[in-house]
Design a protein around this ligand. Structure first.
Ligand code: PMP
Length: 433
């Protein structure tokens, strides 16, 4: 590939994308791939959807961009109201941004500005889980619990108090209840050690994505974390950048546990790959407190522009009219059963985990020891390359804590049918073999 000026292109084998439709994507040589991971767990409604294209063109014909200090747009108001209707929690205010990292960044700033407004400026520390991934900007990176990503910037990121993420899949000695109780205890000890009066928020993903390959927690854990926030006066921020917008078979992953956040970060599925749009949602009381003390001092130029909001609105319309949330639950359960059958067949599958169409497959040397493959073996990359060679895209991640196996995420668009899943499973089976 001559004169390649793209900074991140490391391999000359990377196919050039040509076009896409539904769950399929083609390269310029005419090869077809099943998008078994929705790009980066993003294209929730599939590719090339006519309703979204129409809505975007209609909006482009009117106005693509207007700046939020000069105009508000009806589509932004409509989208915000629609999103509030989708949640069943105290999350009546929506702040639009352009990426998941920006949504997390906004949540960090809102929490701090809230406590400044409340006369508690000392509350500026965050508690987050290890392993975890919250984004690539400095604030979000500071919360991220993954050593190689954080380490170079540790002296200049905000940092956070890292506490262990519950691991229902690997620990051996105790029951689930004992494990959860121990993790909650460790979290409380860490909060007290850091100074409970200095903590602004606990940040967590209700269902792990890239960091933990679809790891779930339990209702008791979520209730315990909520109780810690209430006991020590800090906020609960949930990062649903990946798990939100129907992916798990509920509009929001927190709904599986019946525990709601004070601030919610959303991204990927909201624009579904059609336009970068993300959002932070928060309670009215919280936002009003910040408003009384001068307003939320934060923003990005492109945030909440009419084209972005028209896209988000059309995506939600498609999700609702095509009943994609219930399809994610139904087809997710089918995908899970099929993956569990593969897990019985292959010794290298340590476990299958997740919910809805967010399913993770952990790769181990053998089922009994559940030892991870050596890092140099790159199990996640190998399997992903084998699958891609067969025409299936899956999402690979190296294990983040060095204790468990690498994993791949199987997260097709929420439009998948059972027969699409059969195709995905057949290609995945061949790749594992
Ligand atoms: N939080 C989570 C849970 C994510 O999965 C991601 C992206 N993988 C981000 C934040 C960052 O989102 P973005 O890449 O859009 O900045």
């Amino acid at each position: 590939m001559p004169n390649n000026a793209l900074f991140y292109l490391t391999s000359n084998d990377m196919p050039l994308v040509s076009h896409a439709d539904g769950i399929y994507i083609w390269d310029t040589t005419g090869r077809r791939y099943i998008d078994g991971c929705s790009g980066a767990i993003t294209c929730n409604i599939g590719h090339n959807h006519p309703t979204v294209k129409r809505a975007m063109v209609e909006q482009l014909d009117k106005v693509a961009f207007s700046y939020r200090t000069q105009f508000e747009s009806q589509v932004a108001l409509d989208l915000a109201n629609k999103m509030v209707d989708l949640t069943d929690a105290d999350l009546q205010k929506v702040f639009f941004v352009g990426s998941g990292s920006e949504a997390v960044e906004s949540a960090i700033k809102l929490a701090i500005q809230y406590f400044v407004a409340e006369g508690q400026p000392e509350r500026s520390k965050f508690v987050s889980l290890r392993p975890s991934y919250h984004g690539s900007t400095m604030g979000a990176l500071g919360l991220t619990g993954y050593e190689p990503l954080e380490a170079p910037y540790r002296s200049i990121t905000i940092g956070s108090v890292k506490v262990p993420s519950p691991d229902l899949y690997r620990y051996r000695e105790a029951s689930v209840e004992e494990h959860i109780a121990a993790v909650l205890r460790q979290t409380e000890i860490a909060i007290l050690a850091a100074g409970a009066e200095t903590i602004a928020a606990i940040v967590l993903e209700p269902v792990g994505g890239a960091s933990t390959g679809g790891r779930m927690v339990t209702r008791t854990y979520m209730e315990g974390m909520r109780a810690l926030c209430d006991r020590y006066g800090c906020l609960l921020i949930m990062d649903e950048v990946l798990s939100g917008m129907g992916r798990t078979g509920a509009w929001f992953a927190y709904q599986h546990y019946g525990v709601a956040p004070d601030i919610l970060a959303l991204a990927k599925g909201l624009g579904s790959g059609y336009y970068p749009i993300a959002a932070m949602m928060a309670g009215k009381e919280l936002v009003d407190a910040v408003g009384r003390s001068g307003g939320f001092m934060h923003g990005h130029t492109y945030a909440g522009n009419p084209l972005a909001c028209a896209t988000g609105l059309a995506v939600i319309d498609v999700m609702s009219s095509e009943k994609l949330v219930s399809n994610a639950a139904e087809q997710g359960a089918y995908l899970r059963r099929q993956l569990e059958q593969l897990a019985e067949k292959y010794d290298c599958i340590g476990n299958v985990r997740g919910i809805g169409l967010l399913q993770g497959v952990e790769l181990v040397q053998d089922k009994v020891s559940k030892q991870p493959f050596p890092a140099a073996f790159n199990a996640f990359d190998r399997l992903t390359a084998l699958a891609k060679g067969r025409g299936l895209l899956i999402y690979p991640r190296r294990c983040l804590n060095g204790l468990e196996g690498d994993h791949v995420l199987i997260t097709p668009p929420l439009t998948v049918t059972a027969s699409d899943i059969d195709d995905i499973i057949a290609l995945f089976d061949g790749s594992l073999a």
